[in-house]
Design a protein around this ligand. Sequence first.
Ligand code: HEM
Ligand SMILES: *[C@@H]1O[C@H](CO)[C@@H](O)[C@H](O)[C@H]1NC(C)=O
Ligand SMILES: *[C@@H]1O[C@H](CO)[C@@H](O)[C@H](O)[C@H]1NC(C)=O
Length: 315
Amino acid sequence: MGISYCIFVVAFLYTGAMAYANLSPNFYASSCPDLLSTVQDVVCDAVSKETRAAASLLRLHFHDCFVQGCDASVLLDDTSTFTGEKTARPNAGSLRRFDIIDEIKKQVECICPGVVSCADILALAARDSVVALGGPTWTVPLGRRDSKTASLRLANSDIAPGSFNLGQLISNFAKQGLNLKDLVVLSGAHTIGLARCVTFRGRIYNDTNINPSFARALQRKCPRVGNNNTLQQLDLVTPDIFDNSYYKNLQCLKGLLHSDQALLNGGSADSLSKTYAADTKTFFADFAQSMIKMGNIKVLTGSQGEVRTNCRKVN
Ligand code: HEM
Ligand SMILES: *[C@@H]1O[C@H](CO)[C@@H](O)[C@H](O)[C@H]1NC(C)=O
Ligand SMILES: *[C@@H]1O[C@H](CO)[C@@H](O)[C@H](O)[C@H]1NC(C)=O
């Protein structure tokens, strides 16, 4: 009787604390003091071998957070009895460098087994990737837990395609609790990384708000039919540097995706895009702030979910 009462009380207090449960930068300070340097070392090493790895890791965190929250659902592999998010339309043949997350997880499991969630590793790797290419840094709130499920359906419905117009982008972000400023500043992530012809073919053949010689050059690379997977830099000027040239490109009508140019096309996003084109400091500060906000989307904490030992499958 006494024992079960005790368990009841402990469980109650735990739940009580849960109501206040929140992410904290110090979450692993005593349980895994070398976490941050371990993640950073693997990211730096990977980015020094392939610059694009930084872009791919940043995008992994985004695609994780927009589908049932930042819970590492994006990392779960399909099995014969389980369908994850990797084959969803926005992800298939496009999301990459899961191997780097595996390597980070392997090293982190060595120093503090069973302690650090895959969702937190994604958030840290995204930050370290931005820093590695010269972007802003920020303190990453930690303490996310990993999901035991994933959602192909939500991955197909909640991640915007590059063909979206401004109104569609605004509602897509609003669904996640993110506003116009978050949309404009987080899209600045397209200052690094690559896109396939299949994602911007409509823009280079049908859009009128595009620089004509830019469009012609892209049409040579991406014919109307074929070359679906041919790659093009999202920022044609400094593709390997995290800077504000993404917004300067928009001012020259050289946004690669339809959704990029929608942020500077005579609508409500224009003034923010112009601010970021003119002012790197404001872009960096706002980007950091919105990354923290995105990293908070529907996080699992406390006793919710689990800490996976292998990021690709539930325990
Ligand atoms: C605003 C809505 C967004 C749309 C419509 C969008 C769309 C896309 C598309 C179509 C691609 C190319 C995929 C391919 O061809 O395989 C891409 C790449 C990328 N996106 Fe976005 N994106 C959006 C927001 C974001 C956000 C919020 C981030 C991160 C904070 C992000 C980071 C990236 C990065 C870094 C790449 C390049 C990845 C690589 O090279 O591996 N995007 N995005
Ligand atoms: C361009 O627009 C036409 C007419 O709406 C459409 O049939 C075609 O599929 C579009 N092309 C691309 C590449 O999206
Ligand atoms: C290329 O992409 C288009 C549009 O999504 C699709 O209809 C076509 O089947 C793709 N071609 C190949 C060879 O996969």
